[in-house]
Design a protein around this ligand. Sequence first.
Ligand code: 9MR
Length: 366
Amino acid sequence: MLKKLFSTIVLWVSSLLFLAMDAHTQEQANIPSLWETFTPMFDIGVAVEPHLLNDENTPHILRHYRSLTAENCMKPNALYRPDGRGHFEPADRLVAFAKEHGLRLRGHTLVWHNQTPAGFFTDEAGNQLDKEALYARMEAYMTCVMEHFRDVVYCWDVVNEALADGGEETYRVESPWYKICGKEFLLRAFQTAHRIDPDVRLYYNDYGLLNPDKRAKAVAMLKELLAADAPIFGVGIQGHWDIHTFSPQELQKTIDAFAELGLDVQITELDMSVHHPGNREAPDGEKWEYTSEIEARQAEVYAQVFEVLCRNADRISSVTFWGISDQYSWRNYFPKKNRPDYALPFDRNWSPKKGFYSIVESFPKF
Ligand code: 9MR
């Protein structure tokens, strides 16, 4: 008798679980596809890590994104080896996935002060390289990496985050690149990349570009580079924004400023934090809970973003989200560890959030 009761309960529970799972799968299958929604306006892409390309995530990735960026595995600290041969195993899993499914691949990133091993800037004895030696290393590194990915990567973030955030300085003066070479490393990086692969599209990529001061620095820097004939194709506006300070007017001004220079624009690292920017503590009484009000506010802000992007579609070639779902977003551990964030259109269970719907609905509205 007890046995029978037990097996009936098991049957009931598993049927309920099955129905719940089925509803979830159905929900996934019935929602619009992000990339289909925005084709042919611009590519929709996503940042991934190779280990996330598993059976659970793959159908969602393929349904919503047509372009990939390596979140970490194509940065100098992943690829650079002092013997000059490069460490390509994890990145090649991404490459194989992109090739198998016909996805585009953005190269991220070649010249950066961050995530570049200290040994990149020193000789075998640990002495800092001089300018010419560093340029030789830059050339050797770029040749190794760009040749390796030549048949699959269609664009490179050649220089990442060279601009200073605040203050009078245009450039990030504490960068080893700047310390050793001065600002001329930028021109040199674009020239070198273009010589190695004249067909690949070359971008400058940075965050904070909606800030009027940083935008002005970017415009001044780009004008100088273009005046020196730098083979620069476009600018990556990273797009690490938040629901408290995002301004559609500033986004419009930034797109205008770069497009007026004749440059292509891409949004390369889009996410929309629900927290206040920087390291600021929460105001008294503020909770970290993701309430439905916050979710609704985030949806409004995502709609503002995509309304601007759609209106400027002829100047924007690609929009990449920085992470496949809230489960895997860097925002969960930066700038504060152990403070969950909810910055992406999909929740931790791959369910579409209000922001997802406001993004896909922004198109007919604009
Ligand atoms: O998302 C990346 C995170 O996993 C790394 O820990 C972090 C380390 O610098 O880099 C993150 O990606 C950054 C990107 O490469 C450049 N723009 C800012 C991104 C977020 O920090």
